[in-house]
Structures are given as C-alpha cells and as structure tokens.
Design a protein around this ligand. Structure first.
Ligand code: PMP
Length: 409
C-alpha cells in the first residue's frame, strides 16, 4: 500500500470533476492597489487585481499600515497565548469595545477569522439553548453551515429569502421552543441582500432569536459602515451581528457582537475561542484604525459604489452577461466550468487582469461566473480596459454577447 496514492487519488478526482484549484501567487504593493505583482511560472508580471475582498483598499491605507507597524514595534508580533492564558492584549480589548460601539451592542468578541466566528458562534449559541431549532437560509455560507452542523441540534433550511417558508417553519416549531434564525445581509456570490426587516418581523412575532452574517457589508454600508442592518435601521432588532475584519477593514479576524449575556456565555463555552491563540496586538490595532476611519469617512464606500455602478453599466453596454445585483458585487455569467477557467487564464496571460474563476461547489453547476469586485481605486480607465479585455476573451472563446445591448449603445 502506498499511502500517497490516497492523496493523489483525492486530487485526481477533483481534476476529473474540473474542480481542481490553482492559486495565483501575488505580491500586493502597498499604495499601488489594485496593481500587484504576479509571480507567474515565467517570472514576475504586473497585474490588476479585480477580485479582492479588500473592497475599499483599507489593507493599504496609511493609517492602518502605520497602526500595525507602530504596535508591532512597541508590543512585538504574537499575542503569546490563548485569551485565558496571557493572550488578552490591550489592543484586542480596545478592538472589542470598538466593535460593540459600531453595532450598538453591549459587547463584542473577536475570533481568529470570520469563518471561526460563524462556526463557533452559531454552534455555541445554539448549544446553550435546550432543544434549540436552527432555521438557516439555503444560501448561507459554508462557515454557517458548519456552525449549524456542529451545534448538533435540529435544523431546518428555509428557501433563500422565502418569508412564507420561514414563517411556516417558525409556526410549526411553536412559541415555547428556542429558535435561532441564521442568515446573511449581502450574499456574496449573487450579490443580493437578505430580507432583514421581514426576518426581524417574523422573529419578533414567533419569539425567535436572530443571527446575521454581515461579512460582506461591514465597512461598506450604513452611515458609520456598520453594514446593511445599520443602513436599513434594523441593527437594534438583531440579536447577534457577526462580521469580519478581513474584507472591507483590510486586516484579519472575525467577531460577534451582542448582549453582554450572550458574549459572556460564548466566551466561556466556545472551544473555538478558548483553545486557540489570540489575535496579535498589531492586527487588532490596525483593525481598530480601519474601523475608526470608516466610521467617520464615507468617501471610500461612496467611491466604491460609484465604480461598481460604472463597471456594471460599462460591461452591460459592451454586451457582457452581468448578473443583476443590489450590491457592490459584479458577477458576470459564464455558465461552464472549463470556459470559466479559460476566461480567467486568458485575462491573466494576455491582458494582465487577475479574476479568479468561481466554479462549483461555490456556485451551482451551470452558473459558473467571474465575480468582479471594483474598489474606489479601479478608475474609469481601468474599467474600460476590463470591458475591452473581457469582450476580446468572450469572442475568442465563442461565448455569447448581447447584441441588443451593443447596438443600443
Ligand atoms: N461569511 C461569509 C458570508 C463569507 O463569504 C466568508 C469568507 N469568504 C466568511 C464568513 C469567512 O470570513 P473570513 O474570511 O474572515 O474567515
């Protein structure tokens, strides 16, 4: 028996299913976003990144970079321990207070990543309620699905954003049973928005607790960048708000904010929080600088919204199949895994444009796409260059272009 065969076989089956992933090795250059160096097999090349979740370029903001450097020089690199055993550093406590304030909640709790905050947060909250029923939106992110599984309690999946279905399930569970509704604000692959107000109405009517993932919305929406719930005046109605420090805030880490009672209980019972080293002080200080900046400055989110709207308009006018979205995300449909990979390979090799293909299982088969995320730094010229490059690739691969849109221009 050759043990290596198990692993080669596991990869071969992914290759056969056309799901094998190849990573692009990038070197981002502070102050030059979205330009970066791609370490291609033939050597370094200049590319423009069009698929980063550093939506606002805050990972290169001078105040954020300065906070990280200053804190690392003063306090060193690592946190030195778990939260309980010497790892609770001062910048981390400040960050948790900043997050609680951002979402108007009593307390905040930071985890190693957004993924861990969902997995650990959802499972722990549900486990702490006897006979809890979890009601989960069918398009929830994998980290939430894992949290639901780990909770080990009964779960029911409601059809995406289908309020009638959710209400039927809530009614059937009865008023006295603890119920946790888990959903997102911005669904990142389709770019649509969760029905926050309606879900809160139903949760109040049927005595359910609410947990929202605002990972793709924090920093991006609302007058202080607290997310879609803030923009829509619903923040106070949601029991637990979860977010990341790794996307619009440009750093690393995840969090939940809620009542002091929920946070204290999760802090005390969650294995994924207790048995792991705390985030380093320099990352916490950088995240705090980023949150503080975006609390008072709307320039970045407005610039981002403007460039996202422009990108949608320019790509659609060029006849490209832009999928309609309500948010800053611009998905362009390819509809075939191999062609999707081929579009991104050609964009990179022939046009210096980097967009990772989005294939199954991240999206359903037949809806393979390019997920384009313009930032305030993708200027008009870059958008025009993107449209020209996409049209050239579309023609080369024989992908359909909308002639009516082109004629109407
Ligand atoms: N929730 C959603 C909806 C996500 O898309 C992601 C990551 N893509 C996460 C949670 C995990 O966040 P993080 O990258 O901070 O682990």
């Amino acid at each position: 028996m050759d043990y290596q065969d198990f692993f080669r076989g596991a990869v071969d089956s992914l290759k056969a299913e056309r799901r094998y992933r190849v990573f692009a090795e990038l070197e981002r250059r502070a102050g030059e976003f979205p330009h970066a160096t791609w370490h291609s097999p033939e050597g370094p090349r200049d590319v423009v990144i069009w698929c980063s979740n550093d939506y606002l370029g805050m990972g290169q903001h001078p105040d954020v970079v300065a906070a990280m450097i200053e804190t690392a020089s003063r306090m060193g690199t690592g946190a030195g321990g778990t939260r309980n055993i010497s790892g609770t550093n001062h910048p981390l406590v400040m960050l948790e207070a900043e997050l609680a304030d951002l979402h108007g909640k009593e307390a905040g709790l930071v985890f190693t990543s957004g993924y861990v905050s969902n997995q650990t947060g959802i499972s722990t909250i549900a486990k702490l309620m006897p006979d809890c029923l979890i009601l989960s939106d069918s398009l929830n992110h994998n980290s939430m699905i894992e949290g639901v599984k780990q909770a080990g309690c009964e779960k029911k999946v409601f059809r995406h954003n289908d309020m009638e279905h959710l209400e039927d399930l809530l009614k059937a569970a009865g008023k006295d049973r603890p119920k946790l509704v888990v959903f997102e604000s911005v669904y990142s692959m389709d770019g649509d928005v969760g029905k926050i107000r309606e879900i809160c109405d139903l949760a109040e009517k049927h005595w359910a607790m609410t947990y929202i993932d605002e990972v793709h919305a924090v920093g991006m929406y609302g007058p202080r960048g607290a997310g879609i719930a803030e923009r829509d005046g619903q923040m106070h109605r949601i029991d637990v708000i979860e977010g990341t420090l790794a996307k619009a805030f440009g750093c690393l880490g995840g969090y939940i904010t809620s009542t002091a009672a929920v946070v204290d209980a999760v802090r005390s019972h969650a294995a994924g929080f207790i048995f792991t080293t705390a985030l380093p002080p320099a990352i916490c200080a950088a995240a705090t600088a980023s949150i503080r900046h975006l609390k008072t400055s709307s320039t970045e989110r407005q610039g981002q919204q403007a460039q996202a709207a422009r990108a949608k308009a320019v790509l659609s006018a060029a006849g490209l199949p832009v999928m309609p979205t309500d948010t800053h995300i611009v998905p362009v449909l390819v509809g075939d895994a191999e062609k999707c990979k081929a579009t991104t390979d050609m964009l990179l090799a022939e046009h210096g444009i980097y967009i990772q293909p989005i294939n199954y299982p991240t999206v359903p088969v037949g809806t393979e796409r390019l997920r384009i995320t313009p930032s305030p730094f993708h200027n008009d010229a870059l958008i025009d260059e993107l449209a020209t490059a996409l049209v050239a690739v579309w023609k080369k691969l024989g992908l359909p272009l909308n002639r009516t849109a082109i004629a109407a221009e």
